[in-house]
Design a protein around this ligand. Structure first.
Ligand SMILES: Cc1ncc(COP(=O)(O)O)c(C=O)c1O
Length: 365
């Protein structure tokens, strides 16, 4: 079986984890502080605040902006459900601007068209490892005095014109088990705003600044030193991870570009894609529909995934929620029925990548 994601923890990470275990200090401590310093430098921001997963990273970011009921957050309809749930947890209203088919991220023109008096925050999602068009989205936020939260759960180290995703506004990252950098569960929030960083640190720790002095209703969003110990060496060697993912993506594209029925993903000009996912579109020229292609690949032992099968609000549990506005998103809807993610991770051999190519060629023809 060629899996869509594989986790291998290095001996260096093992050694650091053992160091933490022997120190007796397992909760948030010096290792978390070290990860925060190194991650802030990696993203090119002043602060990184580690939290216990990517969902709480989003929730804390929205909470830090202190939204009021009825305030609107414009996000992508084509994302993992955590993006939507974080907006709802903050009591805000979720609006959805359609995506572009070339980067699968929110379309700046659609965002602009959706602005209204209740808009308070823009929340683009850097999907699959490629940054959204921040050169156009960040100015919209600035010109209209809006908060900007970048869901960077899938795009550690992605850049746009040399600037890292997660450095334009408040960046939220996930270290979940399948992510490019993983601690099993974990997350981190990045910002260059001292006030936001301070608020995030207090929110993360039950709203407490000094011992038993509470400033706000917070929560326990803390990461453990044990988890930070796993992330630190991955961050140090992340260039190698991305290099290998890029090589695999290039090999996949070379093998699939001319195959009728398959549209390969593009790394757009000025953007550096970190290939969290390699996602093709199965087009009408394919002899099999997307779901049939999934079945054939699975039978051949090739792991693949559909991220995501529907637009995020198209579920009964959100249907009657007044805080979820089912804005039309025809591009996202079309992509959701045609997208297919193939293995691209750094532990694949060339031979395995070739098997994926052969499998897809056979499945669509
Ligand atoms: C786009 C996106 N946002 C948010 C999250 C939530 O992260 P986590 O699973 O660490 O809570 C994920 C990952 O699962 C994600 O892919």
């Amino acid at each position: 079986m060629i899996s869509i994601s594989t986790v291998r923890i290095s001996e260096e990470a093992e050694r650091l984890a053992v160091e933490v275990i022997r120190s007796g200090m397992l909760a948030q401590g010096p290792m978390v502080a070290r990860l925060e310093r190194e991650f802030a430098e990696f993203v090119g921001v002043t602060h990184a605040v580690a939290v216990n997963n990517g969902t709480t990273a989003l929730i804390a970011a929205v909470q830090a902006l202190d939204l009021r009921p009825g305030d609107e957050v414009i996000t992508s309809p084509f994302t993992f459900v955590a993006t939507l749930n974080a907006i709802l947890q903050a009591g805000a209203v979720a609006r959805f601007a359609d995506i572009r088919e070339d980067d699968f991220c929110v379309d700046p023109d659609a965002v602009h068209a959706m602005l209204g008096p209740r808009t308070k925050v823009l929340m683009p999602v850097h999907l699959y490892g490629q940054a959204a068009d921040m050169d156009r989205i960040a100015p919209i936020a600035r010109e209209h005095g809006l908060g900007l939260i970048e869901d960077t759960a899938q795009a550690h180290g992605a850049t746009i014109n040399g600037r890292a995703a997660g450095s334009f506004g408040i960046g939220t990252f996930s270290f979940y088990g399948t992510k490019n950098i993983t601690t099993g569960e974990g997350g981190i929030v990045t910002t260059s705003d001292d006030g936001i960083a301070d608020r995030l640190r207090v929110l993360r720790n039950q709203g407490m600044r000094e011992r038993y002095q509470y400033e706000m209703a917070g929560n326990n969003y803390r990461l453990t030193d044990l988890q930070a110990a796993l992330a630190i060496p991955q961050l140090a060697h992340y260039d190698e991870t991305v290099k290998r993912r890029k090589e695999n993506a290039a090999r996949l594209s070379a093998g699939l570009r001319d195959v009728p029925g398959v549209r390969v993903p593009a790394e757009l000009p000025g953007r550096s894609h970190v290939w969290h996912q390699y996602t093709v579109l199965i087009t009408d020229e394919s002899t099999r529909g997307r779901d049939e292609v999934v079945r054939v690949l699975t039978e051949r032992g090739i792991g693949c995934g559909v991220y995501y099968p529907k637009v995020v609000y198209d579920y009964d549990c959100y249907r009657n929620d007044p805080n979820v506005v089912a804005d039309p998103a025809p591009v996202a809807q079309r992509v959701a029925t045609h997208c297919l993610s193939l293995p691209v991770h750094q532990h694949l051999s060339d031979d395995e990548v070739d098997q994926v190519i052969d499998g897809v060629r056979a499945a669509v023809s």
